[in-house]
Every structure is written in structure tokens, then in C-alpha cells.
Design a protein around this ligand. Structure first.
Ligand code: SF4
Length: 302
């Protein structure tokens, strides 16, 4: 196997990390690089394990997204949606992943889920874990019984364009990654759907949706006025539709340009994407540290 190159790319989560704590960003994107190899230096390996931890709230979101993806892909070939089967599969998966995480198997085996709460031995009562399972069940039930029949089923599968496909596009010489949950064409144009699983609105989601718009405009060769984004919250069964306009795309380009420039400015070697730890300061916000995956190794706390 060839050696993977740590190429610079932009994503919304990368931008958030950089803004929240530059040192956390360094650990995640540079310090952990190569740590998938068991023979990597101990610190690199540790950073890699910690970087892959997810909170229980992220975990439930990922499981619901993945179950919806599987159900939609299966619907394309069978035209069947079987809620009971998917609820049962999802519950089995959650139980398995919970046990594996509690036993810290992610420290020994690749691709095993590791939860922040287990790594940091947070005292989460059983009732809170049960709430997580209830949330997952509610999201999936809402999707099957409300969102799918209302938003998706009326669209012929021939007009479904993307289901959870990782895409990339070039923005002024930098790679941008987007993963669109679902997209379809109807008589109005393209609808880009983003499944949400939290009870509250993600106020920071606009830049993500605008990036989906930027990608889709180029990819499908359509004007901004033919694109709408739909935030479909399956936790509360509500959709929020937004028209894409050129002015928003211009704003998104401006945002991307500034964000990328900020990240590249602190690199030791921009062309080779090489970073030096000391150029990435610690956040002063202790709330960010409290929920940071890297807290146990971060120099600020040692
Ligand atoms: S523990 Fe705090 S300072 Fe250290 S990387 Fe995490 S957020 Fe940054």
C-alpha cells in the first residue's frame, strides 16, 4: 500500500475545530496523522484513538443517518420500507456498539466505535443511555411514518440524485469535501436534504448548506435559483426549506476564502501541508476543554 499524503482539505467540522481551539485542530488533523498504524509513535497512536471518539449525541445522529441511508438505498431496489425491521436492526447495532465501547475495544480493534463518555468514564446514568435509544427510535419512526411519505415517497426514484455520497470539489485550489444526505429533482429544480436529529436548530448549519449549493451548482450545471435546501428534522418531524440565491453563494465563497487562508497562514510549510504544534495555541474557553477528545493528553492540562 502507498503512503497516504496528508493533503489540505476544507470541511465545516474542520473550520469549527480551528475556531474553537487551534490546538485541538492540530491534534485532530496533524498530530494524529499515521496513528492508524499500530506501530506509529505512542503519542500519534493515542491522538488517533482519541480523535475518533464520538459523544453519545454524535453517535445517535450517525446511527440514524446510517439507518436512513440503508433504508433509502434498499427502497431503490425493493420499493419496501419496513420500520419494524430497521428499528430492530438499529437497536441491535446500538447494543453491540455500546458494549464494545464500554469494553474499550476501540483501543485494540480498528473501526470499533469509541464513545467519549466511556473513554473519560463520565458518570452517565442508565436512564440517560435509555434516552439516547429512545431518541434514535423516535427519529427513525418519524422518518418512516412522516418525513418519508411526505417528502421522499412522492418523488420517483429515477429523480433521486444522491444518497449519502461523499463528494469533493475544488475551490480556488483547495479541496472541499461535502457529504449530501439526500438530493432529488422535482418540477421546481434540485432539493438538497439534510437530515437533522437534534431537538434544537443548528444555528451554524448555513455555511454547510451553502457549500452543498456551491457543489451542486457545478455538479448538476444548474443555476442557484433552481436549488433549494431542506433541513429535515426527523426528531421533531419538521422541514425548513431555503431558496439558494447567488448572494448567499457569494457570501459562502467569501467565508471559505477567509477560513482557508486562516488555516494555511499558520502552517510551517503551506505547499506540503506541514504544521508545527507550537503554532497552534490552546483555547481559553474551559467549556471547550471539558468536552474535548484530547483533554487527557493536551499539554494545557499536564
Ligand atoms: S483540552 Fe482544551 S486546550 Fe487542549 S486541545 Fe482540547 S480544547 Fe484545546
Amino acid at each position: 500500500m502507498g503512503v497516504f499524503e496528508n493533503k489540505f482539505s476544507w470541511s465545516k467540522s474542520r473550520d469549527e475545530k480551528f475556531r474553537e481551539c487551534p490546538r485541538q485542530y492540530y491534534y485532530h488533523h496533524y498530530g494524529s496523522w499515521g496513528g492508524w498504524d499500530a506501530s506509529a509513535p505512542a503519542m500519534t497512536r493515542e491522538l488517533y484513538i482519541l480523535k475518533n471518539l464520538k459523544s453519545r449525541h454524535m453517535w445517535v445522529g450517525e446511527i440514524v443517518h446510517h439507518t436512513i441511508e440503508t433504508a433509502l438505498k434498499n427502497y431503490v431496489t425493493t420499493r419496501q420500507m419496513n420500520l419494524e425491521k430497521y428499528l430492530s436492526d438499529m437497536t441491535a447495532r446500538m447494543r453491540k456498539e455500546f458494549r464494545e465501547s464500554r469494553d474499550k475495544n476501540y483501543r485494540k480493534i480498528k473501526k470499533v466505535v469509541g464513545l467519549f463518555e466511556h473513554e473519560y468514564e463520565s458518570k452517565i446514568p442508565d436512564s440517560k443511555w435509555m434516552e439516547i435509544h429512545e431518541t434514535a427510535k423516535r427519529c427513525l419512526t418519524n422518518f418512516f411514518t412522516i418525513t418519508f411519505p411526505r417528502l421522499v415517497q412522492p418523488v420517483p426514484v429515477e429523480n433521486w440524485k444522491l444518497i449519502e455520497t461523499l463528494q469533493e470539489f475544488d475551490f480556488e485550489g483547495s479541496l472541499i469535501y461535502v457529504k449530501i444526505d439526500f438530493a432529488f429533482m422535482d418540477q421546481e429544480g434540485l432539493k438538497i436534504v439534510d437530515w437533522k436529529t437534534g431537538r434544537t436548530e443548528d444555528v451554524d448549519n448555513e455555511i454547510q448548506l451553502d457549500c452543498y449549493g456551491l457543489f451542486s451548482k457545478e455538479h448538476f450545471k444548474i443555476p442557484a435559483t433552481s436549488i433549494k435546501t431542506v433541513e429535515a428534522n426527523v426528531n421533531i418531524a419538521k422541514e425548513n426549506v431555503r431558496q439558494m440565491i447567488e448572494a448567499k453563494m457569494d457570501f459562502a465563497k467569501h467565508y471559505l476564502r477567509n477560513s482557508i487562508a486562516g488555516m494555511k497562514r499558520v502552517l510551517k510549510d503551506e505547499a506540503k501541508n506541514i504544521a508545527e504544534e507550537s503554532n497552534f495555541p490552546f483555547t481559553e474557553n474551559e467549556m471547550t476543554c471539558r468536552y474535548c477528545n484530547f483533554k487527557k493528553v493536551c499539554a494545557k492540562w499536564r
